[in-house]
Design a protein around this ligand. Structure first.
Ligand code: FES
Length: 107
């Protein structure tokens, strides 16, 4: 996880999680990562689990569903092309090394 710092983004926490299909949001919350609010618990109704997926990972993820794409319009920090809702990213062995940047705020 990369977090915003006063002089730009800083590499922050590395988290080991079993690649058992749990969501990135769940892994982040379980690891106590600040900056992921996830108010709705992963039901795709809050947009407070917003992350920016870094290269080259953005192209390795399945594209967002229509519902996720719609919810990305409601993030607190304006969406970018690499924006995703972390509750919709399922962790698999293929995503070993996935790095995401946290937005400055979720509200
Ligand atoms: Fe609410 Fe992801 S946790 S949309």
């Amino acid at each position: 996880f990369v977090t915003p710092g006063p002089n730009g983004p800083v590499q922050d926490r590395e988290v080991e999680v079993p690649a058992d299909g749990r969501s990135l949001m769940k892994a982040a919350v379980d690891a106590g990562i600040d900056g992921i609010a996830a108010d709705c618990g992963g039901t795709l109704t809050c947009a407070t689990c917003h992350v920016f997926v870094t290269d080259p990972w953005v192209d390795r993820l399945d594209p967002p569903s229509g519902d996720e794409d719609t919810m990305l319009d409601y993030t607190a920090v304006e969406r970018r092309p690499c924006s995703r809702l972390s509750c919709q990213i399922r962790l698999t062995p293929a995503l070993d090394g996935l790095t995401v940047e946290l937005p400055e705020r979720q509200y």
